[in-house]
Design a protein around this ligand. Sequence first.
Ligand SMILES: *[C@@H]1O[C@H](CO)[C@@H](O)[C@H](O)[C@H]1NC(C)=O
Ligand SMILES: *[C@@H]1O[C@H](CO)[C@@H](O)[C@H](O)[C@H]1NC(C)=O
Ligand SMILES: *[C@@H]1O[C@H](CO)[C@@H](O)[C@H](O)[C@H]1NC(C)=O
Ligand SMILES: *[C@@H]1O[C@H](CO)[C@@H](O)[C@H](O)[C@H]1NC(C)=O
Length: 761
Amino acid sequence: MDMLQKECFLRLGLLLCVSFGFLLHPVVTAVIPLGSKLSVVDNDFWVSSNGDFAFGFFSITDEPNQFSVGIRFNSKSIPYSQQTLVWIAGAHVKVSNMSYFQLTPQGELVLFDSLHGVIGWSSQTGNRSVVSAVLHDNGNLVLIDTKQNIIWQSFDTPSDTLLPGQSLSVYETLRASTKNPQTSYYTLYLNASGRLQLRYESNVVYWSSESPSTANLTAFLTTDGSLQLRDQKFKSVWSVFGEDHNDSVSYRFLRLDLDGNLRLYSWTEASQSWRSVWQAVENQCKVFATCGKRGVCVFNASGSAECRCPFKVTDANNCLVPYEHDCASGIDMRRYKNIYLYGIYPPDDPVITSSLQQCEQLCLNDSRCTVATFSNNGSPQCSIKKTNYITGYEDPSLSTISFVKSCSDPFAADPGLKKSPPRKPSPQRLCVRCMVGAASGTFVIFAFVQLGIVFFIRRRKSSIMGRVALAFAFPNSKGLMVLSFAEIKSITGDFKNRIGPNMFKGVLPSNCLVAVKDLNASIEERKFRSAVLKIGSIHHKNLVKLEGYCCEFNNRYLVYEYAKNGSLDKYLDDSTLCKRLTWRNRIEICSSVAKAICYLHSGCREFISHGNLKCENVMLDEDSVAKVSEYGFAIVDGEATYCGFSAVKDVGDFGKLVVTLLTGQRDHEQVCEWAYEEWKEGRIANVVDKRIEGGAITEELERALRIAFWCIQMDKDKRPPMEEVVRVLDGTLNVDPPPSPFQLPCNPQENGSESELESVV
Ligand SMILES: *[C@@H]1O[C@H](CO)[C@@H](O)[C@H](O)[C@H]1NC(C)=O
Ligand SMILES: *[C@@H]1O[C@H](CO)[C@@H](O)[C@H](O)[C@H]1NC(C)=O
Ligand SMILES: *[C@@H]1O[C@H](CO)[C@@H](O)[C@H](O)[C@H]1NC(C)=O
Ligand SMILES: *[C@@H]1O[C@H](CO)[C@@H](O)[C@H](O)[C@H]1NC(C)=O
């Protein structure tokens, strides 16, 4: 059985367990009175008067004790395993086994989860004089008022299925079930000019009805098995028919399937199965991203579509290209005929007109290019793909040629080998660029600062010990001020002005403001001095600069440049200050912080970890530009470690920071899980901090959330390097929809918290 079919069967198979839930207590009633109740434990359900449809709880996921409520086929002539779901309340709302569903005395349908004490879904018809509900013979659940007016009906909120007699109006959608995250982005949509469209996410249209361009049309499924577009006078302006259009068929439905194809199904008595009698996209391989990241879509010998991975360089679900941005010993371009490869997100890879050779060369010269496809349908085109998984399709009739990059290094290219370990920056190499920077410009500046201090000391000689002046007289070769404890006390006014945990405001004699951090932890003098010198040599516009330090007896202080506007946590916690964090600001802060961390990790060649990235350590200057502070040192059990953390810890902390900044909520664990759930279910607008005036820009939000969810993957191998994070935020690199971040890999010990600590000191 091929992969695509398997998914469909899986779905039908799941209905088997669904049906058992319904076996026990059918309540056959045309009219459902107010106060009627169904519960998971009682296994009861409402049935239409002809017995064809039933409404009740069922379990659609593999997870135990997760239930949804909805409508399914119930006819005796259809075996349980084929009693397909046709509607789900709230599309994909899941509740616990302690849940019930009620038509309340106030006339509202409510799905209540007692275990969590929450309302999972409601029809929101509480004050609209509803007197009863009816499950109609056509599968429509309707709420009516005293005058028999329809107040609410399930036909108005379709999930993935249309039944005969049901319509889809402009802007309404059918959404493929989200069971498989790879395919949950498919929707059927009726646009304002009367075109029915199949779309991937919201921007890729891979099928469109060839209907006349007319406003105010409605899509309608007829009982004799035809999908029509009708105008306001109910006249059909466009239609398609199932191949059994004129046959007598008892049951039909139209469904947007998991594989992204729209199909019309008929019940066939003879074979006791649902048969597809029409599908929108003839060639399944032409459904956008139908193979997702699982490889290339091909038709097998028996004529059904299948996803194949030409390289077998796979992790569980992905088909990866044998190239990882760096080849020690040259690059090979493998050539594949009749294969078209393309990017999924964003889908519009740059397309450049060129010859076959130019196309190959373009990819070869771009270190981020992983594959390229050359096609020539009248005009030659080259499509460059920059993600490391493969998707596309193969067809003997295609004249396209694809190039797939691989390292000529026989080991790296060996498809049998497992993924090469993530590259780590070498700690040995010295950062020439930074040292040059430190030795020139900054030294001069610091010389002035220090002259100022000498002057200051002279003036206040009486109050400060004599040897203070002596210390200032010998500026450090990196331009860092070396201060005594007495000087620290002096510039902070005896630690009078506390501005954060162990952080004090100070004033240099030059009137320059500084922030003085008391490390308040033990660290050997030699290690501290050598670490401070390294940190002092780093210059990046998004890093708070280290201006000086104190290392006297057991005192360890760091003196940083002062960020006037304070740290990010203050902004997020304060309702007035928060208004200043516009959407643009927030996105720029994400990007700035990413650049700063990236610079620490690899910009200076010498790896420096942050170790403690959080809102409190992100400062905003006068122009609200973010500067990361307190990098390099992290305190563990009262011991200061320099660069003691792995890059993946910083990446994870960064992901949490992004979620915090976008949601405005500082309680990480739950916020991340909640945000992921909302994102997965397509409700990303919910995630955004409501205090942002004008809201978010959807595309940027999507990108930022995706990369954040990649960053916080519990499986640390899945976390991206900071360079990629920066490029995604800049919009120059595609990012795939992330898997659930909260799943541990099979070997959990590799992900214990200890592994975040590296003995670099
Ligand atoms: C309901 O689910 C919980 C776990 O979520 C489980 O412990 C309990 O046994 C279940 N109860 C029933 C009646 O199935
Ligand atoms: C509807 O879709 C068609 C083609 O698929 C497109 O030409 C048209 O502009 C769309 N109309 C609107 C209002 O977006
Ligand atoms: C479409 O319907 C709306 C409201 O029903 C109406 O205002 C509009 O004029 C209609 N447009 C056309 C082109 O018929
Ligand atoms: C159904 O039958 C009618 C005449 O009986 C015919 O005109 C029509 O083309 C048939 N439809 C299809 C889809 O075969």
